[in-house]
Write a protein that binds this ligand. Sequence first.
Ligand code: GLA
Length: 391
Amino acid sequence: MVRMNSRWVVWAVVFVLASTLLCSCGSMNPLASAKADKTPTDIDVKNFGKTPEGEQVRLYTLTNAHGLKAQVMTYGAIVTSLEVPDKKGQLGDIVLGYDNLQDYIKETPYFGAIVGRYGNRIGKGKFTLDGVTYTLATNNDENHLHGGVKGFDKVVWDDQPVWRPDGVGVTLSYLSRDGEEGYPGNLKVTVTYILTNNDELRIEYQATTDKATPVNITHHGYFNFTGAERDILGHELMLNADRFTPVDAGLIPTGELRPVAGTPMDFTKATAIGARIENDYEQIQFGGGYDHNWVLNKDGKDMTLAAVVYERTSGRVMKVYTAEPGIQFYAGNFLDGTLTGKEGKVYKRRYGFCLETQHFPDSPNKPDFPSTILRPGQKYETTTIYRFSTR
Ligand code: GLA
C-alpha cells in the first residue's frame, strides 16, 4: 500500500514537471507563438508562367509578422510587388512592375530586378585584367550596362524558401558561365531576399568564381510611395554622401570624386527630389536628371545608413543601409509613359526612383576606385537593407 502511494506521487510529480516544461517551450517557440497570436508570417509559392524557352517561373509571396508583403519571382530575381503601410496603417504597393510574366519579358527598364554580373556601366564594354583585355556585350550605345544583353535580370534563378527567426524569404541561385556576356569565369551567385519582422527588405548577395572577374550586383527596384499615383518629385531624399562621381555625356565616371556642396547633387540634408532636378548644371543635363553614383560617407567596412526617403502624403519612410561604397540614385528620367504597369497605371517620366547600392560605375577601368575584382578563393558578400516605417 505504502509502496503504491509513493509510486503515484512520483508519477504525479513527473506529470506536473513535464507539462510545465511543455507549456514554457511552447511559448518560447516562435512558430507556436506566431500561431497563438495569429501573426500572418508566411511563404506562399505558385507558378507564374513560363519563359518562351519553356522554363517554369515561380512567384513567392512573403508575409511578415505585421502583414507587410513582398512578391519575388524567379525570372530576373525580380521583386514584383512590395506592400508597406502608410501613416494610417493602410497597405499599399510601392514598387513599379507588371502583373504578369509576359510583360516583363517583353520590355522592362529593370523593374525590381537583380542586375549583374556588373550593375551599372563599363565604358566601351572593355576592361583589362591581369594583362588580358576582355570585350563585353555593349547594350547602352558603346557601353556595357547592367550585365549586358542578357544579364541576371533576364535569367531564371533556382529557388529555395528560407525561414528565419527574424523573417521569411527566398534564396535564389544562378550559375553565370565562363564567357557569358563576355565575362571571365564561372560565377556562382546567390541572392537571398528576407522580409524581416523589423519591416525590412533585406538582400544578401554572395558569389564565388573560378577565374578573376569583376562583380558588382545590385537591386534595381523603382519606388514610388504614392503607389504610382503621381511622380516622385515630392519625395524628400537624404543621401549620406559628401561627394559624387561626375560623369561624361555617356554617363561614364570621369574618375573625379567631386564635393556635392553648393551643387544640386547635395542631398546631405533631406530635400525634395524635384527641388533642383531641372537646374542648369551640366551633370544633371547629362543624366536627363539624377542618374549618378554618390560616394557614401562611411567609417570602416560596416553597414552604414546610405539614404532616407520620406513622402509626406503617405507618411512612408524608407531607410537604406549598405556596406557598399556607393549608391546610384536614378530619378526615373527615362520613363516616358510608354509602359503600362500593374493596375493599368501608366509610368510617366519620373514616376519611380531607384537607389542602387553598388561599387562605383566603370571601376574595372578606374584603378583609383575601390576594386570590384573577385578572385578564386575569395567570397563576394554584401548586404543591403531597405527599412520601412511611417512618420
Ligand atoms: C540605371 C542607369 C540608368 C538607366 C536605368 C534603367 O539606373 O544608370 O541610366 O539605364 O538604369 O533605365
